[in-house]
Design a protein around this ligand. Structure first.
Ligand code: ATP
Ligand code: MG
Length: 482
């Protein structure tokens, strides 16, 4: 172990937010050891702005709770941690951990419980990469380096501690972390990792909970280097594990959306992580819509059911939370609305809660060469910048054009295939997941017409029985959907 002078490693307390210093000071004052560890130290050494700071101590979670009282909450089961609030910041405080005992690993070697407290040396050896295993005590101006991590930072190498195969088996999520750090930090991956990082080995991810994989996918989407990591996900076989139903190819739309996401993060704009899921799943969604349309399902129902199907299948890999699922389906539904809006609803539509996301999505489609948007992305783009007089004129012009197109279409198509525009809600809220799965179980046992069946829709499928209700549209107010 090397004890290095922190100031010589480019670290100083002046760079640190008051919140992390407050946590380190309170633990030290109570007689415990306390360090900053992980991404905070690594990023500061690289001259980057850390996303957050993690602290580690020899105090157990209940002792940490004693120190911070109501500012502290203990979370996690598999991996017990203290969340300490300092001002408006939240700092994760972990206790030094010893290697897990055999009894708490799965048959495949995956760690199921990891709450075995230990010494700092033991804690170091169970961290993932060397560059994430530096311990910084800011008040003493020291950095503890157990594994020549500083050299790895200087040579920009991502090296796993211990035997790579064993470390991936213990926690397959480390495979995702390897690609994330390599893309984010522009580090090369140690050949010892590359040797064993095969597409077959990514199958270990099948044992990781789809909830945890969703969280990890979000980290990949929001780290600011999504464009760099996407081809890596394909090359290493991770894509197939995370997005089984999505063809492993980076379409112009996906590429543009990824670059756009990274740019937004770079300039400090907010992003909704579910947006990129809406992008990834757009093609499977359209294909599923076609499937229902060909079976004679009315377009509104086809879209609703296709949305549910596609999200249900994705949930076998990454469980997208309910609110995010609703967001995704609303963005998709907005595509229909924005493509063919009723003239009298245009202004209301531009003020709709989902307008921004729906419009961004439409414009990304258009700019990546999707001409099915019929230039409506640019139309809405221009519309938003207009004065009220200009808007009125633009709507008038749009109305005339629309009437012309409809007349033409009416001459060409038989009347019954015409599609009416349905008005709100954008998305019918689903029943809670628990009830859905219970229902699904009973229907699965009684009939085999589940949505998984891609080949056939039986003639008595409920979706074919639904009738379109004729509504008095003049009475409908276009409003928020949630
Ligand atoms: P960032 O926060 O920038 O994404 P980080 O390295 O801080 O990166 P965290 O997920 O915040 O990542 O974890 C903090 C530290 O905990 C890591 O630096 C690493 O030392 C340890 N750690 C996290 N996840 C694992 C894991 N799956 N296996 C081993 N150690 C881990
Ligand atoms: Mg961190």
């Amino acid at each position: 172990m090397q004890t290095l002078r922190a100031s010589k490693c480019g670290l100083s307390t002046a760079q640190l937010p008051a919140s992390i210093l407050d946590v380190i000071d309170a633990l030290t004052k109570a007689g415990y050891e306390a360090y900053i560890v992980g991404g905070g130290v690594r990023d500061l050494m690289l001259g980057l702005n850390p996303k957050d700071y993690d602290a580690v101590t020899n105090a157990t979670p209940s002792q940490i709770k004693e120190v911070f009282g109501r500012r502290c909450r203990i979370i996690g089961r598999r991996f017990e941690l203290a969340h300490v609030y300092s001002g408006r910041e939240l700092i994760e405080v972990a206790t030094f951990r010893a290697p897990p005992k055999k009894a708490v690993t799965s048959a495949a070697g995956m760690i199921l419980r990891d709450n075995n407290w230990g010494s700092i040396e033991q804690d170091f050896s169970r961290r993932d990469f060397s560059i994430n295993a530096l311990y910084y005590q800011p008040r003493k101006d020291v950095v503890l380096d157990f594994c020549h991590a500083v050299e790895d930072i200087q040579s920009r190498t991502l090296r796993l501690l211990g035997d790579p195969q064993l470390r991936f088996e213990e926690d397959p999520v480390r495979m995702l972390r390897a690609l994330r750090f390599s893309a984010k930090l522009k580090f090369s991956i140690d050949p010892k990792i590359l040797e064993i990082f095969t597409p077959e080995r990514t199958q270990l991810l099948r044992d990781v909970s789809p909830h945890r994989l969703y969280d990890e996918s979000q980290k990949l989407f929001t780290m600011g280097h999504l464009y760099q990591v996407l081809p890596m996900l394909i090359d290493f076989g991770i894509w197939r594990q995370l997005f089984a139903e999505i063809r492993p190819e980076i379409t112009p739309f996906i590429e543009r959306a990824a670059k756009n996401t990274d740019q937004r993060i770079q300039i400090g704009k907010t992003i909704n992580p579910a947006f990129f899921y809406a992008v990834l799943l757009w093609k499977p969604f359209l294909e599923r819509c076609d499937f229902y349309l060909q079976k004679g399902v009315v377009p509104t129902e086809a879209r609703a059911q296709a949305g549910l199907d596609v999200l249900k299948r994705q949930a076998t890999r990454t469980v997208i939370p309910r609110f995010a699922e609703t967001f995704i389906r609303e963005v998709w539904e907005m595509q229909t609305r924005l493509l063919n809006p009723k003239p009298q609803q245009i202004e209301a539509l531009s003020n709709h809660a989902r307008f921004r996301a729906g419009f961004d999505f439409l414009l990304l489609r258009e700019k990546s060469g999707d001409n099915t948007t019929q230039s409506m992305g640019s139309w809405w783009d221009a519309y938003q910048l207009m004065s009220s007089d200009e808007k009125e004129r633009a709507i008038g012009q749009y109305n005339r054009q629309r009437a012309k197109t409809r007349r033409k279409a009416a001459q060409e198509e038989p009347a019954e295939t015409k599609v009416a525009i349905e008005i709100e809600p954008l998305v019918q809220e689903q029943e809670p997941r628990s009830r859905r799965s219970r229902k699904a179980k009973t229907t699965e046992t009684t009939s085999r017409t589940s949505t998984q069946d891609t080949s056939e829709l039986s003639h008595d499928h409920p979706i074919l029985k639904r009738k379109r209700v004729k509504r008095d549209l003049s009475q409908v107010v276009f409003g928020p959907t949630q």
